[in-house]
Every structure is written in structure tokens, then in C-alpha cells.
Design a protein around this ligand. Sequence first.
Ligand code: SF4
Length: 312
Amino acid sequence: MRYVYGPVPSRRLGRSLGVSPIPSKTCNYSCVYCQLGRTDHFTNERKDFFDPQEILKEIFQSVNENKSGIDYITFVGEGEPTLCKSLGYLINQAKSTHIPVAVITNGALLYDEDVRMDLKNADVVLPSLDAGCQKTFSSVNRPYKGISFEMMIDGLKKFAKMRDGQLWIEVMLVKNLNDSEEEILKIRDILKDLDADRIYINVPIRPPAEPWVEIPDEESIVKAHEILKSHVISGYETGEFNISDPTQLYDEILKICERHPMREDQIRQVCMKLNVDPDGMISKLRKDKNVKEISYQEKIFFVVKPKMEVKA
Ligand code: SF4
């Protein structure tokens, strides 16, 4: 599978079948906390990077193979999924499986009416809102030139009014960048107009793009939680990875690590479930030139270095 991975455990979406309709590290933001590293392919142009039919074929195949094991089909990408021009078509086709469809987006392109229409039918849309003003927006999200804070907020408000599905807003807090009471109050004022079904506070628990990024102090997180009346998702996923064939285990781990850093304890857990030697697996990953080992927040993560496959 090239475009679809999992199902993987997700803190918000249960067993999530990930769909990545864009090439690696393709985004219109370059967030300081991005777990993919700095954005390589910085663009704000929507297009079909891949054949939508090929993506659909993989979605249907995965759904058939995991009939009752998927809570959401999630368009998430290794960057920003709304950059895929056929996203609306893919969402509507994926809905024919009767599995709820979610889209995790930075929300920047919601200023574009086509994007709002594309996301209208998704069961859940999860946009980011990490700032309450232009200055913080520029520091945290580092958007593509021409995307202003005002445009982004205006698009978000328009989408909040016309959506058919749920709106779950995620606020990623970074120490000393957007975790002050003043900034949180500004975010709260924007949220008042969105009537979101859920608000999540997240913190950078995975290796960030910029090494100086830090998780805010407990006190700031609690204060933000009180002000925003949010859920806090600061812990790691605890669910299991749905991999059943021990002969494919190495390749399956690589596929997940391409999109999503995997912790050493998660890899050991899945190995033990399939009676595969965990030490042998970790040692194989360490020897693989395409795999990078990162130590962050007292945990070891494995990521696959992205292949440059963008045909821009
Ligand atoms: S965190 Fe999301 S929006 Fe930000 S740079 Fe990474 S992929 Fe893009």
C-alpha cells in the first residue's frame, strides 16, 4: 500500500485508517512542532499529486481486509491533505464504505470555498488553531506567503457555519510561544464564534521540527484547559497496531514510520504479539540507512527519512 496505512491507534479517533493523498512533507505551513520535520515542499497550490483512483483502490482494499477494525477513515497526509484537489471526491467515495470519515487539517485553505465544499460532507473535521493573532501565527505555524491569520480565521468561521459534520478544534501549545494566558484568551475569543463540538489541547510529545520546541509547564496546560474548557491529549496512544502477518512486520513498521514516528515500546509490543524477536527488530531498524532514531522526552522514536518523490 502506498497511500493507506494502519489502522493505527489514534488518541482522538480510535482505530484510524490513515490515508495520505499527498507526497511526504508537502504543506502550506512549516510548524515549529511538526513531527515530520521542516516542510520540504512548501506550496499552497492544490493539485492531484497522485491518481485518485489508485488511492480509492487502496482504501477499499484496506476496508475489506479490516472489516470491523476501523473506527475512522482519516485523511491526514504527510503534510496538508487539503492540498489534494480531489479530496472532496475521495471523501464522498470513502463514505460509501459506511465508515465515518475524518480529515485532520491545518485549516489554512478553508478560506477557499472549494475546500470548504470538499470538507462539508466529512463526518469530522479537525482543524488546528494554535494562535490568537498574526504574530503568534507566524511564529508557530510559519505559513506560506500570502496566508494571513485573518484569512485563516475567516475561512474557519465560514466553514464552522456550513459544515454538516462535527468540528473538533486542536490547539497545539508550545512553551513560550503560545501558552501565555493572554494568547489563550485570544484563542478563546475566536473559539466562541466557531461553536466547535470538541476542543483539544495537544502538546509536542513527538520529536519536533525545531529542537528548541518544548512542552509547556503543567501549570500553563491546566490554565489553558480551564480557559478553553477543552480535553487535554498530552498522553501517548495506548491502543494496538493492527498488523497480523509476522512475515510482513518489518515492512509494515517502515510504512507506519514514514508517516508517524513509532516509539520503541510500540514496536516491541507489536513484535511480542506476533512472536517476533523484539531485540532483533530494533537492531534491524537501527542498521537500516533509511531509518532515523530520535530520542525525545525520554523516549526513543523511529522515523523513516522521506523520499523526495514530489512531481511539482
Ligand atoms: S504540523 Fe501539520 S500543518 Fe504543520 S507543518 Fe506539519 S504537516 Fe504542516
